[in-house]
Unconditional design. Structure first.
Length: 594
């Protein structure tokens, strides 16, 4: 029952009420996310925070996904909610659905998603809440949730759930639970993560029902309509402030089995039309789907393009279905960055090739104008982001988890240096780096060192991130590491005169300290005393290095991230032996280089 004091006519919503309801809905999503963080059983959730939550309207439009990973939510929640309604037209209160099908809107199979339809007291569908959580294991044929070398979904091996009902009348459907527990490695860990997802979704449902009863369901639906219109107007204003133009960019993923010898070249064309307040991203001029796990789902194809757009414009524009109306993404079916069909494998859809799409979009924007866009962020995913597994000899129990021990990858923008620990362009820094102490407490893992290599940043007027490294291995027993390292051959590029950053790399360190080459993509086994060294990509620079403020170069040298030789040879900045800036000599050196 709506309180008369709270009931407001649907057409009477003003700016203050829009802001209040927006914040209340954002608060609901934050409560869902906090539940996942605090109750998830795997380190992927409770340490790295590799999850996202959102609210979708009854007509399947993304309303809010605050503080979520962009690659999880800009596109996909809408398609998943639509497929839920198509497959289950008679859903009701107490139902919940498990979804991870990349052919029906999910990002990739590793991202298990719980969808709960939110019903009013008359049984009318009002909203859908979604809790998406990257899993430590999904039943793949090898112990990893990323299987880049899988030729198809059958070799990949994941259990695929296209909006499968897992709860009725708020009770679990045990057939589905048993199926997962028999197929997924370390089933108790999956069960804990499943309960965390269901709990997060049910909290979202409870809070939305309370809000609907408080202010009125019609009021909430009116808010959604008006908030979409407001978001679209904000997007229109942001696009009208941009210069008109067309830009194109190509970025190449390193070759792996199932791809051409020269790698996977991703081509992007971007058109900005300020008069129409539209931006168009064309991804159709790209290869067909390939017999590997690098293919993008439709959700990731659209999202990766939108990530590049939003990285290039006014950052306060709301990210929801309203602002999305001003972005046109052109895809084609059975394209590596398009709309795949079963049984194409999309195992690594959220990272590797998706990053190449986002990077190409934001670099294309930078080519249109030097006041917008970003350089290329570094590629994913080095061994510092491997899925590690084995039998812990200290407990005689199996373990599996994806670690997040050290990636930088951040790209420079037109006005600012990079966010160093962005991780990769698709998660926008929302995933946390692991605590070394917690990883070593939970698994038989030993982290020898992690940090940054000097002289590896993408040089420019504004700088990309330097290269991060991590050295780790098993403390006891044998450990499997599976990773999909891109950027070892094709590193991140700078834009508008900015330089590229250090490429990725990896090698094994034997017990005697010797180094051994390991594959760029695949599985590596380590015994106790052996280490893997993971070197992430840095990020590209923006603008000519000779235009960088000399005092900022001096600071980088003083903090140990840059040598005096690099400062002189790349930036034209002379740092004396005592660390002071030689202003006159710097001016002469830069003048001579013009």
């Amino acid at each position: 029952m709506v309180s008369p004091a709270n009931k407001i006519k649907a057409d009477a919503l003003d700016g203050v009420q829009l802001a209040l309801l927006s914040n209340r809905l954002d608060g609901i999503v934050r409560k869902m996310a906090n539940t996942l963080l605090r109750t998830g059983r795997s380190g992927v959730l409770n340490t790295a925070r590799d999850f996202s939550c959102c609210i979708v309207t009854a007509d399947h439009q993304l309303l809010t996904a605050t503080e979520s990973l962009p690659i999880h939510v800009l596109s996909g929640p809408d398609i998943m909610a639509r497929s839920m309604a198509e497959f289950h037209p008679d859903f009701c209160a107490g139902d919940a659905y498990l979804h991870n099908s990349p052919y029906h809107g999910c990002s990739h199979p590793a991202d298990h998603t719980i969808l709960v339809p939110v019903m009013d007291d008359e049984g009318r569908h009002r909203f859908t809440v979604e809790a998406k959580a990257h899993q430590a294991d999904i039943g793949n044929s090898i112990p990893t949730t990323y299987h880049a070398r899988a030729r198809d979904v059958y070799e990949e091996g994941a259990l695929i759930f296209p909006a499968v009902k897992v709860q009725k009348d708020y009770e679990n459907i045990e057939d589905i639970v048993r199926m997962c527990q028999l197929r997924i490695r370390v089933p108790d860990q999956w069960w804990g993560d499943y309960l965390a997802m269901v709990g997060a979704a049910r909290i979202g449902e409870r809070e939305l029902i309370g809000l609907g009863e408080d202010v009125g369901w019609d009021q909430l639906e009116s808010f959604a309509t008006k908030f979409f219109d407001y978001s679209e107007s904000r997007m229109e204003a942001a696009l009208r402030a941009l210069p008109a133009g067309e830009g194109s960019h190509s970025s190449t993923h390193d070759p792996i089995p199932g791809t051409p010898e020269e790698g996977v070249k991703i081509n992007v064309s971007v058109t900005v039309d300020p008069d129409a307040a539209m931006v168009n991203v064309d991804l159709r001029d790209n290869p067909d789907t390939m017999p590997c796990g690098l293919n993008l789902s439709e959700a990731c194809s659209r999202t990766a393009a939108m990530v590049g757009v939003f990285n290039s414009i006014e950052h306060t524009v709301p990210k929801n279905a309203g602002s999305f109306r001003r972005i046109s993404v052109q895809l084609r079916e059975n394209c590596v960055v398009g709309i795949p069909s079963h049984p194409t494998s999309c195992s690594a859809a959220t990272t590797n090739v998706a990053d190449r799409v986002s990077n190409s979009v934001q670099a294309s924007m930078a080519k249109i104008s030097e006041s917008i866009g970003l350089a290329e962020c570094g590629a994913s995913s080095p061994p510092a982001a491997a899925v590690v597994s084995g039998i812990n000899p200290e407990t005689n129990k199996p373990y599996i988890n994806q670690v997040f021990l050290g990636r930088t990858c951040g790209a420079a923008s037109a006005y600012t240096d990079a966010w160093w620990t962005v991780g990769h362009v698709g998660n926008a820094g929302m995933c946390f780096l692991d605590s070394v102490e917690l990883d070593e407490l939970r698994m038989p893992i030993y982290v020898h060192a992690r940090g940054f290599f000097p002289d590896t940043e993408g040089a420019g007027r504004t700088c990309g991130a330097p290269q991060a490294f991590a050295r780790y291995g098993p403390r006891a027993g044998s450990m499997s590491l599976i990773y999909n390292s891109d950027g070892t051959i094709n590193g991140p590029k700078g834009v508008r005169g900015g330089l590229g950053a250090a490429n990725a790399g990896q090698h094994k360190i034997n017990v005697n300290g010797g180094q051994e080459d390991v594959p760029r993509v695949g599985q590596v086994f380590l015994d106790a005393g052996e280490l893997i060294e993971s070197r992430s990509c840095g990020g590209g620079g923006f603008g000519p290095p000779a235009e960088r403020d000399p005092e900022r170069v001096q600071l980088q040298v003083s903090e140990g991230f840059m040598s005096r030789e690099r400062a002189r040879n790349v930036y034209g900045v002379v740092i004396q032996g005592d660390g002071t800036l030689a202003t006159d000599e710097t001016s002469r050196l830069r003048a001579a280089a013009e």
